[in-house]
Design a protein around this ligand. Structure first.
Ligand SMILES: Cc1ncc(COP(=O)(O)O)c(C=O)c1O
Length: 489
């Protein structure tokens, strides 16, 4: 039986005395409850790495004072009746929880407790769920992934050790920088790529390195809730900037020239949640604004791999000539979210500060998955998988759009269907969002209102439809059921 005991190495008392005090405290505080067996002297001496004589001396004292008793043939136990006078003379209850003075958290800790939606509300179990951000899990090349895992798992066991590469596994950074320059026209060397635990950690690091309470960050409105929460909980001043069919209304930023905007967060390839694609003139306007004001642009390029029809617009980062862009990418959509691997492409001057922040916060990501992913990209599997999935998602998207049009006609407006694995839908209906969600839930359908993603007002009836993980048949059937719900009074 292992029993963890902390012996105060700074205390000048002899070892048996320290052990006695610790065990007595455990008994009085209830950690060792009455009647509970305690380790034998041999076991405890071995687990603490001290002599058995010391432990025996301590047990003798506890025995003589009535804290423990030995039962021949069974072992040593905490006495069921502790001496009354001892219980009275100590403020520590013999059982139950000790009460502490109220906990004083930091401002950040406090705002974590007080801010709504942290963590995001758990999605209820549904037969069909339109939750966003989920790829088609059943299409993932699991056999191939397993083969790559066993390639590393069974050979060199270097991955069991701490990594000394604080930016992340070098071959993975090399593979990512080549992939980004091929597919997104991102301009970067492997030395500018920091491997992070998904987009969320990239944003968290940016917040910690750039933002003091009351600093100003401009955000798309509506925009990605999980990004906003990072800055909100830090006490940043959030500046909502409108979004239209060409993405962020960049000229609105100039209306805030009296504010010192530190950062602007954007999703240019597929605005979240409206799906607008930031036009090329606006991209250039945004870069020029950042260059003039000294602000940094956070480019969240979370699902740009999936476009339907239109030619890809290069990433903002690739157009930037003034080192103003912090580019974030993730494998959550193109592979799977629990992989928790993303990347941050940084201007060279910022790499060292970010790498130190990352190293202090969690050292590094698991090496095995980084090794597997590096091979997955370098051997061409990633781009093959994306090509295949683009066709799958395109069919699903078309099925969804077709069903929405067929069942709702002019009672629906569909937004942002040219890219990604979700689209936004505005229902022209008298029902409130809550009513729609409740009625759909009764039919086993999970629906997500866009309302929490708005910073200011929002128009009623807007829903995000993630379709990545649903089959065409599921999409058609569930839209038909939603139509029945909304068409009945
Ligand atoms: C706008 C946006 N960015 C990023 C992500 C992915 O986040 P992560 O890489 O932390 O899984 C999502 C997921 O839904 C998203 O909607």
């Amino acid at each position: 039986m292992d029993f963890a005991v902390t012996l105060d190495s700074n205390s000048p008392s002899p070892l048996h005395q320290k052990l006695y005090e610790e065990l007595r405290y455990c008994i009085l505080s209830g950690r060792l409850s009455p009647g509970r067996r305690i380790p034998s002297t041999r076991q405890l001496a071995k687990s603490l790495g001290i002599s058995r004589t010391t432990v025996t001396q301590t047990y003798d004292q506890l025995l003589s004072e009535g804290y423990i008793e030995t039962v021949v043939g069974s072992g040593t136990f905490v006495c069921t009746q502790l001496p009354d006078d001892l219980l009275r003379s100590t403020p520590i209850p013999s059982t139950g929880k000790m009460t502490r003075p109220p906990v004083k958290l930091s401002k950040y800790g406090d705002s974590l407790i007080k801010t709504e939606n942290v963590p995001r509300v758990a999605e209820p179990e549904m037969l069909i769920n339109f939750r966003y951000g989920r790829p088609a899990f059943d299409q993932f090349p699991i056999k191939l992934w397993r083969r790559l895992l066993s390639r590393y798992c069974c050979s060199d066991l270097q991955w069991l050790d701490y990594s000394t590469d604080i930016l992340g596994y070098k071959p993975l950074r090399e593979a990512i920088s080549r992939y980004l320059s091929r597919s997104r026209a991102v301009n970067c060397l492997p030395e500018q790529v920091l491997i992070v635990n998904g987009t969320q950690q990239a944003l968290d690091l940016i917040m910690r390195l750039f933002i003091e309470p009351d600093d100003v960050i401009a955000l798309e409105d509506p925009g990605y809730l999980s990004a906003r929460l990072i800055f909100q909980t830090q006490g940043a001043k959030l500046l909502p900037i409108a979004v239209d069919e060409s993405g962020l209304v960049v000229k609105d930023l100039a209306h805030h020239s009296n504010e010192q905007i530190q950062l602007v967060y954007v999703t240019p390839s597929h605005q979240f949640p409206t799906g607008a694609i930031l036009s090329l003139p606006r991209r250039l306007e945004l870069l020029s604004w950042a260059w003039q004001t000294g602000a940094f642009i956070i480019e969240d390029d979370y699902d740009s791999e999936y476009r339907y029809g239109d030619r890809p617009i290069p990433a903002l980062q690739g157009l930037d000539r003034s080192d103003s862009v912090l580019y974030i990418g993730t494998f959550s959509k193109v592979l799977f979210p629990s992989l928790r691997i993303g990347y941050l492409v940084l201007p060279k001057s910022l790499v060292s500060a970010f790498a130190r922040g990352k190293w202090l916060s969690d050292r590094h990501l698991p090496l095995l998955e980084q090794q597997v992913l590096a091979d997955f990209i370098e051997e061409g599997h990633l781009e093959r998988h994306i090509r295949k999935m683009r066709a799958v998602y395109d069919s699903r998207r078309q099925a969804l759009v077709k069903s929405l049009n067929a069942h709702f006609g002019d009672k629906v407006t569909i937004l942002g269907e040219k890219a990604g694995i979700h689209l936004m839908v505005k229902f022209h209906t008298p029902f409130s969002d809550e009513e729609i969600i409740q009625r759909a839930a009764l039919q086993g359908i999970g629906m997500m209102s866009a309302a929490p993603h708005y910073l200011r007002t929002h128009s009623q009836g807007e829903f995000i439809f993630g379709y990545g993980e649903l089959t065409e048949q599921q999409l058609e059937e569930s839209i038909c059921r939603i139509a029945q719900i909304l068409n009945s009074s």
